[in-house]
Design a protein around this ligand. Structure first.
Ligand code: DOR
Length: 445
């Protein structure tokens, strides 16, 4: 692999941006300085005018393999992730079979070792009856435990309160939750069916999967975490109401309860259902502009710790169904970082804050070893961005297996030109290294 020297980049790291050079040696960052002389035989990349960011770490994706590979697979989606500047993903257990035993979990690691363009980990799926198996999860080798406290694709609802309390009380690992109250949703859905019959309009989605459903479930999970001392990470927050549940008066590394927001909840709001229809149908639902404003406020004042995608592809055919039949979820890994950098251009967030929420904080939160920063001796997971090269998302440049994006027609002000994974140039201006694979990430626990 040897050396690669990145020259004159605007290096964004730990709250500041400075111009300098970064030398990669094999899979690690060897040195960072104002000026580095190129060692003999070294590949040199002139990054004048470009940003150099740590590779993004996406703590919530659904890559659909095994079992749902008509929607996506680890090879196709990790390739899209590489083009999108995501160098590490953490994948969810709602595949077929579900990752609810150690053996089934390890099978996913085996597929990723063979097929993934970027680094990877997987979450173990808790159910109503697999506590013994859950407790065998190795904290140094597996990202965490995922619990669906509201049902979504794959029916993995954990709704037995005693089991839930036992899980919370007996593991030290990060428990990541999908929080939506099932009974509230059922009641709201019935009311909508009574009014509209099967022809429920898509704009009823945030009324059916309501803010109260979210609050009820996330506040209960937090109460339980406080009672048991569990380490809880609440996924994909979507409501203003829930923001009071999180704190910003202590550093992330000391928090026992943390929060994630997803790019779609920051980008879309309920006024857009008329135009985008089921292509912005997610669980939890995209809610009102006021909810979105509250998410932004909490993100910027650090009540929300990380930005992720919840990348959840379904086929075009599936999404074109009527409201009740169209599955929830959409693909995002290729477009998440460009979308956040558009917000930088609009002045909504600084580039340093984007790096904190998409690169540093997932590494802190999951205690990931030697990733998430541009630091000497850390893995060279790096992304170069040209902030002047515009492009528009269309069917011809979408890399997801499902072939569509909720961002179709959107112009991004910036282009990711290079993505390094463990020092390897995996993505270079539209071309890929299809041979080198990512690594299983490890944890300092
Ligand atoms: O909209 C969603 N789709 N939310 C989830 O939490 C699951 C996901 C999926 O797997 O389709």
């Amino acid at each position: 692999m040897g050396h690669t020297l990145i020259k004159n980049a605007n290096i964004v790291n730990e709250g500041t941006t400075f111009t300098g050079d970064v030398l990669i040696e094999n899979d690690l960052i060897k040195s960072i300085a104002n000026h580095i002389d190129a060692p003999e035989g070294c590949l040199t990349i002139d990054a004048t005018g470009k940003y150099l960011l740590p590779g993004a770490i996406d703590d919530q994706v659904h890559f659909r393999e095994p079992g749902l590979t008509h929607k996506a697979n680890i090879a196709t989606e990790s390739k899209a992730a590489a083009a999108g500047g995501i160098t590490t993903f953490i994948e969810m257990p709602n595949t077929i079979p579900q990752a609810t035993t150690q053996e089934l979990l390890e099978e996913k690691f085996t597929i990723a070792a063979k097929d993934s363009y970027v680094n990877y980990s997987f979450m173990f799926g808790g159910t109503n009856d697999n506590l013994e198996e859950l407790l065998k999860t190795d904290p140094k080798k597996v990202a965490g435990i995922k619990l669906f406290l509201g049902s979504s694709t794959g029916n993995m609802l954990v709704d037995n309160p005693e089991v839930l309390e036992k899980i919370f009380a007996s593991t030290n690992m990060v428990i990541s939750t999908h929080c939506e109250d099932e009974q509230t949703i059922k009641n709201n859905l019935q009311a909508a069916l009574d009014t509209y019959g099967e022809a429920i309009p898509i704009d009823q989605h945030p009324i059916i999967r309501s803010d109260k459903a979210c609050y009820l479930s996330s506040s209960k999970a937090i109460e339980l975490a406080k009672k048991t001392g569990a380490r809880l990470h609440v996924f994909h927050l979507s409501t203003a109401m829930e923001m009071e549940l999180f704190r910003n008066d202590i550093p992330l590394k000391d928090k026992k309860i943390t929060a994630e927001v997803c790019v779609h909840h920051l980008s879309f709001d309920s006024s857009m259902y008329a135009d985008k229809k089921t292509f912005i149908k997610w669980n939890p639902a995209v809610k009102t502009k006021d909810d979105q404003n509250a998410l932004w406020e909490a993100l910027l004042d650090d009540r929300i710790d990380v930005i992720a995608t919840d990348h959840a592809p379904h086929t075009l055919e599936e999404k074109l169904n009527s409201y009740t039949k169209a599955p929830s979820g959409g693909p995002l890994v290729q477009h998440a970082l460009p979308a956040m950098l558009n917000f930088v251009d609009e002045g909504k967030i600084s580039i340093e804050k984007v790096v904190e929420k998409m690169c540093h904080n997932p590494a802190i939160l999951f205690e990931i070893e030697k990733r998430g920063y541009i630091k000497e001796n850390y893995y060279a997971d790096l992304v170069l961005v040209d902030p002047t090269q515009k492009w528009t998302v269309n069917k011809d440049n979408i890399l997801y297996k499902c072939g569509w994006s909720p961002f179709e027609g959107t112009e991004f002000s910036n282009t990711i030109t290079h993505t390094f994974v463990n020092g390897n140039l995996i993505y270079n201006n539209g071309t890929f290294d299809d041979v080198t694979k990512g690594k299983r990430i490890t944890f300092n626990r």
